[in-house]
Design a protein around this ligand. Structure first.
Ligand code: SF4
Length: 228
């Protein structure tokens, strides 16, 4: 089964996969993606209603201090750093782009707090430019399905997916892979009994690799502690 056929199968299970971050404009989408680092979209959606009511666009958000933004997002992990990113990004956007979110990859990545994944999601969801953002779900699923090697970096996974999935499908495939990873092929308890990819799954190899990496990382921490 090739990558496009896998996406076909996933679309049979999740025919309505889409961006689940609630937003009313491109600026709000950008903020929501920044806030989604290491947390769930549902947690982000719980805080963005009041946040966007207070600061609906870059002009308003740029006027807010980090301390003023923090109370809106303090239920999220890393909220202090995320408040700093929202504040710096909004000021940057206002000063350099007159408050309008740019669509070019370079311009997006030049904004404070905006990395590769965030830039790709904004280009894909807001501007419909073919992009394949790799988040934790996309990375895990790609490795379990054998679309990428288990030791591939996020950038390599992105390249592998772009090479194997038809370009006109990239934007939808991103949502499909996220839904598959979020609701079926979950990190801790994948529902393998209802998965169409049981015969080709590389999960054992993936889990072995993750276990080895964890052991290596624990070993390095131990060495550091005994050297201190
Ligand atoms: S068989 Fe299980 S681990 Fe493998 S891709 Fe399917 S749900 Fe994920």
């Amino acid at each position: 089964m090739n990558a496009n056929e896998m996406i076909d199968e996933i679309e049979k299970i999740f025919p309505d996969a889409e961006c689940e971050l609630v937003h009313g404009n491109t600026f709000q989408l950008l903020c929501a993606v920044i806030l989604s680092a290491q947390t769930t979209d549902a947690s982000v959606n719980r805080v963005t209603g009041p946040l966007f009511e207070a600061y609906p666009d870059a002009r308003q958000m740029a006027k807010a201090s980090v301390e003023e933004i923090e109370p809106y997002i303090q239920s999220l992990g890393l909220y202090h750093n995320k408040a700093k990113s929202l504040s710096a990004m909004s000021r940057d956007l206002l000063e350099r782009f007159d408050g309008v979110v740019p669509s070019s990859y370079e311009d997006l990545q030049s904004l404070a707090g905006v990395g590769r994944k965030t830039a790709n999601v904004v280009r894909s969801v807001a501007f419909h430019i073919p992009s394949l953002a790799v988040d934790t779900h996309v990375e895990r699923v790609s490795k379990r399905l054998g679309l990428s090697k288990v030791n591939a970096t996020v950038a390599q996974v992105e390249k592998d997916l772009m090479a194997q999935i038809d370009q006109e499908r990239w934007n939808q495939a991103h949502h499909d892979l996220i839904f598959f990873g979020r609701y079926l092929c979950t990190a801790k308890k994948p529902q393998c009994s209802r998965c169409p990819f049981q015969g080709i799954c590389h999960d054992n190899e993936y889990e072995d690799y993750k276990r080895l990496e964890k052991e290596k990382s624990n070993g390095r921490k131990k060495q550091k502690r005994s050297a201190a």
